[in-house]
Design a protein around this ligand. Structure first.
Ligand code: ITT
Length: 189
C-alpha cells in the first residue's frame, strides 16, 4: 500500500481519514507537526499553505485537513474560528448562543490539502448540510458532532462507518482519493 502522512493532532479526524483511505488502498500514518495556520477566512488557502509548509518541512507526501462548522443564523460563525470556539465555548456555549433561534440551519465544511516535498499543493473540498440540535446527543465522534443533526440523528449518534458515508470529510476525501489514485499511477508506477 502507498503511504501518505496525515498531519493532525486530532485523533477523531485520524480515525475517520484512516478508515476512508485504507478502504481505497492508501495507508495513512499520523504525524504531528504544528504547521502555522494562516489567519484568514479562506479554508482552501489555509489548507494549501499548511500542506505546502508541512510537506517541505517533513520531506514526505502529506495531507492536512481543515474543517469548520458554519451556522446560518450566526452568519457562518464559528466557521474558520471553529477550533478556538470549540475550546472556549464548546457545545454548551453554542447551544446557549442558539437559544430561542428558530433557524437552526448549519453546515460542516472540509478541505483536504495534499502536497509532495517541493511540489505544488492541491485542495479538495466537501460539505454536508444539517441543523443545530437543541440538546447534546450521542457518544460517538468528536468536536461538534453531538450538536449537529443530519437526517434525524446527530453525528454523535453515528458510528465512524455511518458518519463516513455522508460527512463533509468523506466528500473531500472521496475527491482526493479519486485524484490520487489516478495521478499516482502516472507519477509513481
Ligand atoms: P488539526 O490538528 O487537524 O488542525 P483541529 O482539531 O484543530 O485538528 P480543525 O481546525 O480542522 O481541526 O477543526 C476545527 C474545529 O472543528 C475543532 O474543534 C474540531 O474538533 C471541529 N471539527 C472538525 N471536524 C469535525 C467533525 O467532523 N465533527 C465535529 N467537529 C469537527
Amino acid at each position: 500500500m502507498k503511504t501518505i502522512y496525515f498531519v493532525t493532532g486530532n485523533v477523531g479526524k485520524m480515525q475517520e481519514v484512516k478508515k476512508l483511505c485504507e478502504g481505497a488502498g492508501i495507508h495513512i500514518q499520523q504525524v504531528e507537526y504544528p504547521y502555522p495556520e494562516l489567519q484568514c477566512d479562506d479554508m482552501e488557502e489555509i489548507a494549501r499553505h499548511g500542506a505546502q509548509d508541512a510537506a517541505n518541512h517533513l520531506g514526505k507526501r502529506i495531507i492536512v485537513e481543515d474543517a469548520g462548522l458554519f451556522i446560518s443564523a450566526l452568519n457562518g460563525f464559528p466557521g474558520p474560528y471553529s477550533s478556538y470556539v470549540f475550546k472556549t465555548l464548546g457545545n454548551e456555549g453554542i447551544l446557549k448562543l442558539m437559544a430561542g433561534i428558530k433557524n437552526r440551519k448549519a453546515c460542516f465544511k472540509s478541505v483536504v490539502g495534499y502536497c509532495e516535498p517541493n511540489g505544488e499543493a492541491v485542495t479538495f473540498s466537501g460539505a454536508v448540510d444539517g441543523e443545530i440540535a437543541r440538546e447534546i446527543k450521542g457518544e460517538h465522534g468528536f468536536g461538534y458532532d453531538p450538536i449537529f443533526i443530519h437526517d434525524g440523528k446527530t453525528f454523535g449518534e453515528l458510528t465512524t462507518e455511518e458518519k463516513n458515508k455522508v460527512s463533509h470529510r468523506y466528500g473531500a476525501l472521496k475527491k482526493f482519493i479519486e485524484w490520487f489514485n489516478t495521478c499516482d499511477k502516472k507519477i509513481f508506477n
